[in-house]
Design a protein around this ligand. Sequence first.
Ligand SMILES: [Mg+2]
Length: 401
Amino acid sequence: MNACWVPAALRSGRKPATRPSCEGQGAVPSNAGGRKGRGGVARIARVESIILLDRYQLVRVHTTDGVAGVGEVSPMQVAVTHALVESALAPRIVGQDAADIERLWQRMYYGAYKLGPMGALLEAIAGIDIALWDIAGQVAGQPLYRLFGGKVREKATVYASSMKRGMSPVDEARRAAQFQEQGYGAYKLHSATPWMYDSGFDGTLKTVKEVRAAVGDAFDVLVDVNNAYLPHTAIRMARRLEELGVWHFEEPLAAHDYAGYASLADAVDIPIAAGEQEYTLWQFRDLILQGRVDIIQPDVIKCGGITEFRKIAALAQAFNKPITVHNTQPTIGTVAHLHLWVSCPSCIYAQEYNIEPHELRDHTPIWVEPVLVEAGHMEVPDRPGLGVRIDEDALRRLRST
Ligand SMILES: [Mg+2]
């Protein structure tokens, strides 16, 4: 099948405004260059990939009307995603109507399909897509959650996500108790070596026992082992963790082992959570149907942005699966998630919030009005778009490109 996406109007034989071929995916339409597109909406003038401290990536999309939206890219390998934004994606959307977000998403995804279709490509698309939604909200004069249908909850509940591995059980327990005192209702620990198939370090049971003793029973403990076990071990561990009152058991198996996930989910009652290694709607469909996990975990800065996240959320709702997002970036990514958390019926549980020190939040904040946690909750900004005003001085100081 031809990977080129061709709109129905072009297939119908009507004379196209741009060439209906894959070659034309990056072409600037003949009416580009004016300040306004169809319906008085501005066109994309420039896409700016911004690398901060050589390890974080923001994207700013500028319109011909002088509006700029900001997005974030998952910071896995910013040199790669920077090249994707600049070389593979920006040429495909510059000159296009900035309000046609779905069409632009299709244009980026199918136009650069062979560079993916998962991982870095979807992360790069996410940065641009979030920026386009930010523009849409600013143009509408509405916070993003209103564009998503408004709030189904007033504010978001978050859990304290400890990203450290190898802490002693006593230190991890002390840390969990500190965050409980700050008003959080849940804490997640990472207690095993990622992707080691039963052969790496594993401090899970000792640590959970110590944490449970420190925080009591009226506090949720979540365990993430980052793909550490084989299926028989995961089943045994899940039963022990259930006895210790653990709320969710995250990524016990290799992410691609959907059959293993299905046998695990069938064997135990503790909710099994997974999804941070999935990028597209189609992968989440397979994770739900084949892996039969209980909780799914998309990340808006990995899964192609707000456009794809909202489809995944609808899919989750159809299958009655709650969403507990993967959310490791406590700046733009968290704010994009916030608008989704308050408007998405499936985001019913506490959502992830990274408690480790973070340069862009704690040392040199990149925003004028920080969005922070109070007593385990976050308020969504009420300003138009994402509602984030970037501190340009901070950006200049941190900028690598
Ligand atoms: Mg995880």
